[in-house]
Design a protein around this ligand. Structure first.
Ligand code: CAA
Length: 258
């Protein structure tokens, strides 16, 4: 599928999504969010896909936030609906039964940082910058940044980032656990591809079940979360992949997951 503001390509078991408004540093307007929503539906329905890489077009920004020009004329109800739309699309990423890598190739500000945080793994180039600058615009993060940032880096650091709007460079983002890895620009896309390929050798069913165990379990108390994990562990034993994975080990060969 190819449309103007979000590009989509599938190569084997990998899907590539590009936010494509380089002239506005890939700012998220309603049209981008709706296109992204449709692309995510397509990805969810495509069983073959195990890993998704999301990046921004151009070499300056991943995404520089929600579109300030579009938001500037909104009334309270429109702003609330815009926030709900962004939250819904990003939740779809978080709940997608596939591994999602944010390939952060530049600015990840406001809604862009929130998009990256909804992904499972964040890889950044050395020049990438992260921030939640919304308070400087007289608003708050509205695509779940007030919720996902403290869960990733802790309440104190999250509030500091929000209250000061400070831009955090890639190395600092790595230090505080906001990104998984920082890679040279030359090796960046290759690195993301290699990680996606490695994930692609794992059981797709187990990826989906593991993701839901981590995500749902993190929102439960530890006893309930462990019970949930045991239920999902049991569920794995209803899959062909469990028989293939364990069978392959016993037969001393590599598993072939369908
Ligand atoms: N919305 C709309 N347009 C944006 C944008 C945004 N978030 N970010 C950049 N652009 C546009 C600029 O307006 C400019 O367009 P024009 O050429 O038509 O003027 C173009 O992209 C290039 O940007 P700059 O000229 O500003 O480039 P720069 O290199 O001087 O600065 C920047 C880069 C520091 C990222 C700067 O563009 C910037 O600060 N952008 C806004 C970042 C921001 O505040 N993001 C948070 C938005 S609020 C939000 O996201 C709310 C939420 O949680 C839902």
């Amino acid at each position: 599928m190819q449309n103007n503001v979000v590009l989509y390509e599938q190569k084997g078991n990998m899907a590539y999504v590009t936010i494509n408004r380089p002239e506005a540093l890939n700012a998220l307007n309603g049209r981008v969010l709706k296109s992204l929503n449709s692309v995510l539906d397509l990805i969810r329905e495509t069983d073959e896909i195990s890993t998704v890489i999301i990046k921004g077009a151009g070499n300056k920004a991943f995404v520089a936030g929600a579109d300030i020009k579009e938001m500037s004329g909104m009334n309270c109800m429109e702003a609330r609906a815009f926030s709900k739309l962004g939250q819904e699309v990003f939740n779809k990423i978080e709940k997608l039964p596939k591994a999602v890598i944010a390939a952060v190739n530049g600015f990840a500000l406001g809604g862009g940082c929130e998009l990256a945080m909804a992904c499972d793994i964040r890889i950044a180039t050395k020049k990438s910058k992260f921030a939640l600058p919304e308070l400087g615009l007289g608003v708050i993060p509205g695509f779940a940044g007030t919720q996902r940032m403290p869960r990733l880096v802790g309440k104190g650091r999250a509030k500091e980032m929000m209250f000061t709007s400070k831009q955090v460079g890639a190395e600092e983002a790595y230090r505080i656990g906001l990104v998984n890895e920082v890679v040279d620009e030359e090796n960046f896309l290759n690195y993301c591809d290699e990680m996606a390929k490695t994930i692609g050798t794992r059981s797709k069913a187990a990826i989906a079940i593991c993701k839901s165990s981590v995500n749902e379990g993190m929102e439960l108390d530890i006893d309930k979360a462990m019970l949930h994990e045991a239920d999902l562990f049991g569920l794995c034993f209803s899959t062909e992949d469990q028989r293939e994975g364990m069978g392959a080990f016993i037969e001393k060969r590599k598993p072939i997951f369908k």
